[in-house]
Write a new protein. Structure first.
Lengths: 255, 255
């Protein structure tokens, strides 16, 4: 039986789990959301490494055999440290998304959206340039996207204006491929696509991550299980989480 | 020598410290910002009580003789628990703000702004009704105000639209006194006043808190000291913090 562990600071990584379940419904998954210390986006590398190690150790105690970091900030800042310190495969969302972008772009004008910490880490930009040294990359932090989604802001005027002003740095740059470099952003995919126009391909790392994991040829679980753990209030997590996961969520346990 | 301890989840409480320094420059202050677990606004009571106890114990180790909870969420959810468990005076921002509102209103139509957790706790609403049972209170969570300030969003269009839509529930309610029930909100005071109109009095709890503490007749410190501690990156704290504090910040120590 293969058990896949995922962790994130909150509900965002559920967009990754959603794609994993769609691609590989016969696996068991353990999802840990570190909601008591949410969000990671504005925190330092040292702190994020410490939290990521603690989260991974918790998942190991649950018997997982592979850990997916379902969080771009933690992948950017802590992936290598986790790979150095733990004895099971640790996979991040970045590599497969970078490969997809390289395979998709025709004019090598690429855009990257992310949290302040992800963009400042330069991880996506570096990885893209390794594969495509002559690419022109525009990276852009979107500090209000996560609060808008987390706080379930529904005002179309606010969403439209924030998306428009945030994406302004991409105007006139002929970008043909844009990365949604934060687990939350697929929930704004429609508005981002409308603002960028139909000629821009959006890359959703949750999808490319699921495609990569499929290739790992994991064993099927005899009885697939889905477990959810949080470090703060389970009810708030469940209430917001179901819109990210797209299916109803079983019992959520506080640890 | 009297040392006053303050804690908050982040930079917000610096608006309280700013008013304390203005009112009582001859005291020593120790400020602890729990930035590694910031923000508290959306977290559960149990978690916020645990964090508040840990923060208070850290301040006690620094030799403070009085603790000011410079955070509305922690005051709403953890003040009584701290008062029960600790042997020094613990003061919150709520009581003096409530007294000011009661003294200010003429028509007893009151408005309260706060984070989701502060508003949901009902603490301000209950305290106001205890003193003014026939008041009409409209309370309103402002989930995007803190992200706008923390992320240093400068777009006047976004700020204006978010303030307008957030304050919409107050329209037509004849409110004459409005509480800025979160330490960050004084930084949006100008925009909030413009949206509400000149006939509405804004109550800033940082100011009323400093006025109350002045009455405590604390001893002067022979050599007033100002110390800052954080649980995450000191530089980010200092960069944002100085706009909250209004003066330049000495060394910030990570604990």
């Amino acid at each position: 039986m293969t058990k896949v562990g995922l962790f994130d600071s909150g509900v965002g990584g559920l967009t990754v789990l959603k794609e994993l379940i769609a691609a590989m419904p016969h696996k068991s998954y353990v999802y840990f959301a570190d909601t008591a210390r949410y969000p990671y986006g504005g925190k330092s590398q040292e702190t994020i490494i410490r939290y990521s190690l603690e989260n991974s150790n918790f998942l190991l105690e649950q018997g997982v055999e592979l850990i997916a970091i379902a969080c771009h900030t933690a992948t950017s800042l802590a992936l290598h440290e986790l790979q150095k310190n733990l004895n099971i495969p640790i996979l991040g969302v970045i590599e497969p998304a970078v490969e997809k972008m390289v395979a998709t772009t025709k004019n090598k004008h690429l855009g990257v959206l992310g949290t302040r910490a992800t963009i400042a880490s330069g991880m996506y930009q570096r990885k893209l340039l390794e594969k495509l040294p002559d690419a022109t990359i525009t990276a852009c932090a979107c500090p209000l996207f996560v609060p808008i989604i987390e706080e379930q802001i529904t005002s179309p005027e606010i969403i439209k204006l924030v998306v428009k002003e945030t994406l302004a740095p991409f105007k006139g740059k002929s970008i043909d491929t844009l990365l949604l470099g934060c687990t939350h952003y697929p929930l704004l995919q429609k508005e981002i696509q409308e603002e960028m126009g139909p000629h821009v391909t959006l890359v959703n790392p949750a999808k490319t991550f699921a495609e990569m994991l499929q290739k790992h040829n994991l064993a099927k679980s005899s009885t697939p299980e889905l477990s959810f753990f949080v470090s703060d209030d389970p009810e708030r997590f469940r209430a917001i989480g179901e819109s990210f996961l797209g299916i109803s969520m079983p019992h959520v346990k506080k640890v």
